[in-house]
Design a protein around this ligand. Structure first.
Ligand SMILES: Cc1cc2nc3c(=O)[nH]c(=O)nc-3n(C[C@H](O)[C@H](O)[C@H](O)COP(=O)(O)OP(=O)(O)OC[C@H]3O[C@@H](n4cnc5c(N)ncnc54)[C@H](O)[C@@H]3O)c2cc1C
Length: 443
């Protein structure tokens, strides 16, 4: 019997414009400055599917947008709904990105990467999320895009040769283990330990727990931060933490999935380990310097999570504007009623304001700035604007907003992630309060 869908019962919602056949990523996309004529270009319409005429983007950002869009268009909302319903890893999508050379966008070209900046990586992740993939698509490749920056920056040539090519080719997946159940955002107090059985041993032995570790069910590798010197034996709490990139040895590491609100395609897990032998050659950089190395990539990660959130926000706005244009109640499209139209106009303005901040922070990062104010503020604004947009999306759809078939409830569930991780809104406000406003620390 043919399945009757909710959308079949209503008039058809406009389908996204289908792009032409996909083309491989150029070996390297050169950086260009923005063309003056494009600065005057009219902004994209919120109803368009992955428009490229974003006024402030550079030519290389537009090229990334267009090329990634050509891949994403083959994975419509229905693909992502199925992954979410079945809790199944988006294998075809990640393989497609790998085959087209996207998994090493920020990594060195000598190992197969494209060596582009965070400004381009943010466009890539925004585009993936905005295509309807949401966090299901963005989180599946997030670690590839920037996760191994500490390795690229602080690893030896031998390590980079060993680790980067398989990651870039999509042959290995990696997860990132920082958060712990007993310490939460207080990273410097984390309790997992690594010790050498004897000073000249060629391995460490790891013991501890991690929580909320995304992709650990499918990853072959883990980048993990643990203490090698107890907190009471270091001069500063930032010392004594070490970073390892190693095999996620499932014979020793117990991985238990956490049932969660959304993003079911990508698993999140508790890790327990005791007696996990990790070779010395899998330590990244000097012993005790792990926190400094993690900090190096922190601003970039915030920018990228913010860009992913933005993508969800624009996807929700696109679906909603198309829906309220078509849905007629009381003789008119519901989008003509100001009770719906004005909040959606506010959502667009807030998303755009956050987007300008995200790409400003990205540009500053690419130009060498290590200041965290803009990266933090941009992530916060993007997460909040997206949360608000997803809420309005559901309300504007009425009952259909609550039905999975209309996708906005999935976006809404996924929009929560950027409000919590990798750092919460409260901690961002602490940062701005102390570092920008010059106010006293409360904790
Ligand atoms: C879907 C998902 C995926 C994740 N993936 C990963 C991953 O792959 N790897 C990884 O390492 N981690 C991951 N995380 C963990 C994430 O980074 C943490 O959840 C986040 O950093 C918050 O830490 P916590 O949950 O321990 O909250 P807590 O530290 O327990 O905080 C609880 C609440 O208290 C507030 N709070 C705490 N301290 C202060 C303070 N000083 N001032 C004001 N408010 C404060 C927080 O803002 C929050 O509201 C993931 C989380 C989620 C939800």
């Amino acid at each position: 019997m043919q399945k009757t869908t909710l959308s079949a019962a209503l008039r058809c919602i406009r389908q996204p414009h289908r792009l032409q056949s996909r083309q491989p990523l150029r070996a390297r996309i050169p950086h260009h400055t923005i063309q003056p004529s494009l600065c005057r270009a009219v902004h994209a319409r919120a109803t368009d599917f992955l428009p490229t005429n974003i006024p402030d983007w550079t030519e290389s950002q537009r090229e990334v947008r267009e090329a990634v869009a050509k891949i994403c268009v083959n994975y419509p909302d229905e693909y992502w709904l199925e992954r979410d319903n079945d809790k199944s890893w988006p294998e075809a999508f990640t393989k497609d990105l790998a085959e087209n050379g996207w998994l090493g966008i920020c990594l060195p070209s000598v190992y197969g990467g494209s060596e582009l900046g965070i400004s381009e990586a943010a466009v890539m992740l925004q585009t993936i999320a905005e295509s309807g993939a949401g966090q299901g698509g963005a989180s599946a490749v997030h670690m590839n895009i920037f996760g191994l920056e500490p390795v690229a920056k602080f690893g030896t040539d031998e390590q980079k040769k060993r680790w980067l090519p398989p990651l870039i080719a999509g042959k290995e997946r990696a997860c990132f283990g920082v958060t712990e159940p007993n310490t939460g955002l207080d990273t410097l107090k984390l309790q997992s330990m690594a010790a050498k059985p004897t000073p000249d041993a060629n391995h460490y032995v790891l013991k501890g727990n991690k929580v909320f570790i995304s992709t650990a069910k499918v990853a072959e590798k883990i980048l993990i931060l643990v203490r090698t010197t107890p907190l009471d034996k270091v001069q500063k709490p930032t010392q004594g933490l070490s970073l390892f990139y190693t095999d996620l040895d499932r014979r020793i590491v117990d991985v238990t999935e956490i049932p969660k609100m959304g993003r079911a395609a990508v698993d999140t897990n508790v890790l327990n380990f005791d007696g996990w032998k990790v070779p010395v050659e899998d330590r990244v950089g000097e012993e005790g310097e792990g926190f400094r190395m993690i900090m190096h990539g922190m601003n970039a990660e915030r920018i990228l999570i913010g860009a992913e959130a933005l993508g969800i926000g624009y996807a929700a706005l696109r679906r909603t504007c198309n829906y309220v244009n078509d849905r007629v109640v009381f003789g008119k499209p519901v989008g003509s009623y100001q009770g719906l139209q004005h909040p959606l106009a506010e959502c667009w303005m807030q998303l755009e304001a956050a987007r300008l901040m995200i790409y400003l922070a990205a540009r500053m990062y690419d130009q060498g700035s290590t200041d965290g104010a803009y990266a933090n503020a941009a992530k916060y604004l993007a997460a909040e604007a997206t949360a608000k947009t997803c809420e309005r999306a559901i309300l504007s759809h009425g009952g259909m907003g609550y039905a999975k078939e209309y996708h906005v409830e999935r976006y809404q569930r996924e929009s929560w992630i950027a409000r919590i991780a990798p750092v919460s809104g409260e901690m961002i406000k602490n940062y701005i309060g102390q570092r920008v406003l010059g106010l006293p620390k409360s904790y």
